[in-house]
Write a protein that binds this ligand. Structure first.
Ligand code: FEO
Length: 171
């Protein structure tokens, strides 16, 4: 049985993951509107990944005999200043998510909930990957410095990204 503070932190995070999904869907729409199909694809995959993160938490709550409580999803931005601004916002958002996951880990440690600690470790590792992949894109964009050719090449590369469902993955 999950302690209340642990369950509350997971329910909050389910909401935060759906917010992330919604945010990235909005970014996908922004790129679609700019004719950048590859960037839009990357964000669409990210939208799917965030939903799978939410479902991973959702399934875990039931596995531990808890109750999922779904709250309203906060409104997301629908317009952005530039291509670069979207990626800067993405990195800042993922850094914020990392902070949330670390806080959840602190709560699980405080509650001596070893099963939740073990479960959360997947997300700790996932956040390292999330931040690294967005940082790489940001570095490339800064190098490209708005040049059409570079944007075109990067967009084409991003078209290759495929969704891998990790909802039930242990590692
Ligand atoms: Fe669910 Fe992008 O972390």
């Amino acid at each position: 049985m999950l302690k209340k503070e642990v369950l509350d932190s997971i329910n909050d995070q389910i909401n935060a993951e759906f917010y992330s999904a919604y945010l990235y869907l909005s970014m996908s729409a922004y790129f679609q509107g700019k004719g950048l199909a590859g960037f839009a694809n990357w964000m669409m995959i990210q939208f799917q990944e965030e939903q799978s993160h939410a479902m991973k938490f959702f399934n875990y709550v039931y596995e531990r005999g808890g109750k999922v409580t779904l709250g309203p999803i906060e409104e997301v931005p629908t317009d952005f200043d530039s291509i670069l601004a979207v990626w800067e916002k993405t990195l800042a958002h993922e850094q914020m998510v990392t902070g949330r996951i670390n806080k959840m880990m602190d709560i699980a440690i405080e509650a001596s909930d070893h099963a939740t600690k073990s479960f959360l470790q997947w997300f700790v590792d996932e956040q390292v990957e999330e931040e690294a992949s967005v940082t790489e894109i940001l570095d490339t964009l800064r190098l490209i410095d708005g040049q059409g050719n570079g944007i075109f090449m990067l967009d084409r590369e991003m078209k290759q990204r495929k969704f891998v469902d990790t909802t039930n993955a242990a590692d």
